[in-house]
Design a protein around this ligand. Structure first.
Ligand code: F6P
Length: 353
């Protein structure tokens, strides 16, 4: 087993679910835990796990195995250390006589899992990320806990924004997609929600703030995804956007938006960035539930030798899909989804109308 990429709240709960099934269903099973994700598999850095290792970890955030980012695009690149990473991982797998590798990972990590599967290893994937952007599963574990944290952050901002009559921007994680911002924004009653899938026009945002002011609401809250982008900036590359932002001295998207709102409205604008708190702490009840089920599914798949697949949730059942279907495909928010339509009908501004 290994946990790879940015961590999230229910990694331990997922491993526990898988381990319980493996110990119950496969006589004499041995579980090895690779340390810090693929790094441990590359460097053969692992420990033999015991059933007690999986005890008492259902509610514990982070990962008992540690994690690291090993970018997929560099997997085939031989760097200064001269290590052929793919060959090294295959060698570790074969030398240890592994029957199967269970990978808990996000998009990049699942691409590597698929690569290893195509190289002939028996691999089972589990969809981890607070971003909820993995193709083929309704939810990823970690997502709901992060939604809860981002929602509470915006709740707290609500009271102080109201006291001071300020415009507040809360920047929410989510990488290239807006799931986290959309769910937390609606759950916390944000007035404006900006997500990467719906490029915004500043005129529309300013008009929404004015409508609130005219209606006697002296404060406003914007939930802004870290990947939010204006319609204007859509015309330039992501790299160029970052370069321009850095040149202006803005650490992230929210600061540029904040400055423009301040300039155009004369209002006092504040930025709040909950950042990595969104990935921290204990998993919530829903995440414990869904990750236990997904983990159990991975254990059952291993017992049935169903390899080259990722455990997934189709909204009703826990199922599995081929790793190659999930790998490399991003699950984005559909700008025409019911959720967006309902939110707009409630008067939430997405910056596009
Ligand atoms: O993919 C999870 C995530 O938390 C994203 O939401 C965020 O953009 C990124 O990881 C942050 O990565 P790091 O922990 O490497 O700063």
């Amino acid at each position: 087993m290994l946990t790879s990429g940015g961590d999230c709240q229910a990694l331990n709960a997922t491993m526990r679910g898988a381990a319980k099934v493996l110990y119950n269903r496969i006589p004499d099973v041995e579980i090895l835990g690779f340390k810090e994700g693929y790094k441990g598999l590359i460097g053969s850095d692992y420990r033999k796990m015991e059933p007690e290792d999986f005890s008492g970890i259902l509610t514990v955030g982070g990962t008992i195995l540690g994690s690291s980012r090993q970018p997929f695009k560099k997997m085939r690149v031989i760097e200064e250390d001269g290590v052929d990473k793919v060959a090294a991982m295959k060698q570790t797998y074969k030398r240890l006589g592994l029957e199967c590798l269970i990978v808990l990972g996000g998009n990049g990590s699942l691409k590597t899992a698929n690569l290893l599967s195509e190289e002939g290893l028996h691999v089972i994937g589990l969809p981890k990320t607070i971003d909820n952007d993995i193709w083929g599963t309704d939810v990823t574990f970690g997502f709901q806990s992060a939604v809860d944290i981002a929602t509470r952050a915006i709740d707290c901002i609500h009271t102080t924004a109201s006291s001071h009559g300020r415009v507040f921007i809360v920047e929410v994680m989510g990488h290239k997609v807006g799931w986290l911002t959309l769910h937390a924004g609606i759950a916390s009653g944000a007035d404006v929600i900006l997500i990467p899938e719906i490029p915004y026009h500043m005129d529309s945002v300013i008009a929404a703030l004015k409508r609130r002011e005219d209606g006697g609401k002296h404060f406003s809250i914007l939930a802004v995804a870290e990947g939010a982008v204006s319609a204007e900036d859509m015309l330039i590359s992501r790299k160029e956007r970052r370069r321009r932002r850095e040149m202006m001295g803005f650490p992230s998207a929210a600061y540029a938006i904040g400055q423009e709102i301040g300039k155009r409205t004369g209002r006092e604008v504040r930025i709040a960035v909950p950042g990595h708190t969104q990935r921290g702490g204990a998993p919530d009840a829903y995440d414990r539930f869904i990750s236990s089920r997904l983990g159990a599914k991975a254990g059952l798949m291993a017992a049935a030798k169903e390899y080259g697949r990722m455990a997934a949730f189709d909204g009703v059942h826990i199922t599995s899909i081929p790793l190659k279907e999930a790998a490399g495909r991003l699950k984005c928010v559909d700008p025409k989804a019911d959720t967006i339509m309902e939110a707009k009908a409630m008067g939430i501004c997405f910056g596009d109308e």
